[in-house]
Design a protein around this ligand. Structure first.
Ligand code: FAD
Ligand code: NAD
Length: 401
């Protein structure tokens, strides 16, 4: 008898942890598992602001997928998914190859949301993937080099759109990392302007008042200019256009005004709500028995009424339940209901400050930034044990440990 085929699309937070859980749950020879991802590396999205400014080494952020999984149990395929045909239980890949499945997990993550604002897609940068964050780093270096030739001040103006967690983490990192980059390029840091633009009356508008005040104060102390209550209406390669007819001459705009689910999933004839794959309490795409979806491309309604924020925390809590339910489905056993427990949120503002809330405790300052490091370290530990932490942070190979 043919073994059931389990196919996982996406090796981000949700996909890679599900595949690692399946390695543990499945008996030898019980199923064939294939993990498909468009790159052969997994990246730590929660640290992309560091790659964007060069304050973390590439190896700390991006890691080889075949080294993270057990390749004797999971087959890894580096490929871009273009279509899923649920009638024929077939995944189509760029280049024309197809992969058949009996059980499918769609964990294809998120895309930046530009709201159709003119010029953003063409001219702004994003912290969306490892590659897009490296593009920011190379662009900044290019602007520093060109400034030496033409002394154009707009090359030294770095603008971040959106003052959510992504925006404040990047603003803090720019303030921390630019002095060193300027020095390396022999450009006076005093001439650099870092500007954050937020449509709401404050940065992190969804957080308690004291945390907002603390964050605003830290950003101001870092000499970051905050423009709040102001929407960005458009941009070109040389300027940003604001709603009150103000134009900011700048050659760098990083767009961090929110995310949406990967829009590719909308074209597959599966139930879509709010642009995402609607899933039931077992994380199965509604109206299906063999297609699961987790993370940012899926919509799970907590208590049937509230959607969950697109966070790694959600994807990481869903992954073990999803793995369990895939195995239960193929064994004909009963499925487990997913329940989300919010543990808190923490954002860094450069190396030495952070802001967040864990349980009922508000965090700020060094303890906030330390907490973010602890969360990252715990994730690396779950992904690859202590040897991965050593390898990522100290460049030590597994063989040396
Ligand atoms: P992803 O992690 O996005 O993984 C999707 C995977 O699918 C990727 O590997 C991608 O390459 C692959 N893929 C996409 N399309 C295709 C295709 N067509 N074919 C093949 N492969 C494809 N959340 C937190 O909880 N804490 C944080 O501190 C935090 N920091 C963040 C910082 C930034 C800058 C951003 C943008 C987000 C942050 N988030 C954070 C949110 C978090 O990163 C996401 O919620 C999380 O990545 C979602 O996980 P996922 O598995 O659904 O998708
Ligand atoms: P977000 O939606 O949280 O924030 C986007 C901000 O952009 C909002 O404050 C919004 O008012 C503003 N905005 C929207 N349109 C605008 C415009 N035209 N001009 C100016 N401002 C505009 O998005 P995000 O910060 O990218 O976060 C995405 C997801 O990732 C969230 O779920 C977030 O919690 C998560 N995340 C978590 C962390 C962390 O936990 N440390 C870090 C980064 C991201």
């Amino acid at each position: 008898m043919n073994k059931p085929k389990i196919v996982i699309l996406g090796a981000g937070y949700g996909g890679i942890i599900t595949s690692k859980k399946l390695e543990k749950l499945l008996k030898s020879g019980e199923a064939d598992v294939t993990l498909i991802n468009k790159h052969d590396y997994h990246y730590i999205t929660t640290q992309l602001h560091k790659t964007g400014i060069g304050t973390a080494a590439d190896r700390q952020i991006a890691m080889s997928i075949p080294e993270l999984i057990d390749i004797s149990k999971t087959h890894f395929l580096k490929a871009t998914v273009t279509h899923v045909d649920t009638d024929n239980k077939e995944v189509q890949l760029e280049g024309g190859e197809t992969v058949n499945y009996d059980y499918l997990l769609i964990a294809l993550g998120f895309e930046g949301q530009t709201f159709g604002i003119p010029g953003v897609k063409e001219n702004a940068f994003e912290l969306r993937s490892f590659r897009s964050s490296k593009a920011i780093y190379h662009h900044i270096k290019k602007q520093l080099n060109l400034y030496k030739e033409d002394q154009d001040p707009s090359r030294l103006t770095f603008v971040v759109a959106g003052g959510g967690f992504t925006g404040i983490e990047l603003l803090g990192e720019l303030a921390d990392g630019l002095p060193k980059l300027c020095k390396e390029h022999d450009v006076p840091f005093e001439k650099v302007k870092i500007i954050g633009i937020e449509a709401a009356p404050s940065v992190i508008p969804f957080f308690p008042k004291q945390s907002v005040e603390y964050t605003t104060e830290v950003l101001r102390k870092l000499n970051i200019q905050l423009i709040t209550s102001t929407k960005i209406l458009g941009c070109t390669a040389d300027k940003i256009i604001l709603e009150n007819k103000i134009e900011v001459p700048a050659k760098t705009l990083v767009w961090s005004c929110g995310v949406q689910g990967n829009t590719i999933v909308q074209k597959w004839g599966l139930p879509i709500e709010k642009g995402k794959l609607a899933v039931d309490s077992y994380l199965r795409v509604k109206n299906t028995k063999n297609v699961f979806s987790i993370g940012d491309c899926s919509l799970f309604m907590k208590d049937g009424k509230t959607s969950l924020a697109p966070t790694a925390q959600v994807a990481l809590q869903q992954a073990p339940v999803c793995a369990k339910n895939i195995v239960a489905s193929l064994r004909g056993e009963s499925l487990t209901t997913f329940e989300y427990h919010h543990k808190g949120s923490v954002a860094s503002i450069g190396l030495s400050a952070g802001v967040g809330k864990v349980g009922t405790v508000r965090l700020s300052g060094l303890i906030g930034s330390f907490m973010k490091l602890v969360i990252e370290a715990r994730y690396l530990f779950n992904l690859g044990g202590p040897s991965l932490i050593l390898k990522q942070h100290f460049g030590v190979n597994r063989e040396q440990v």
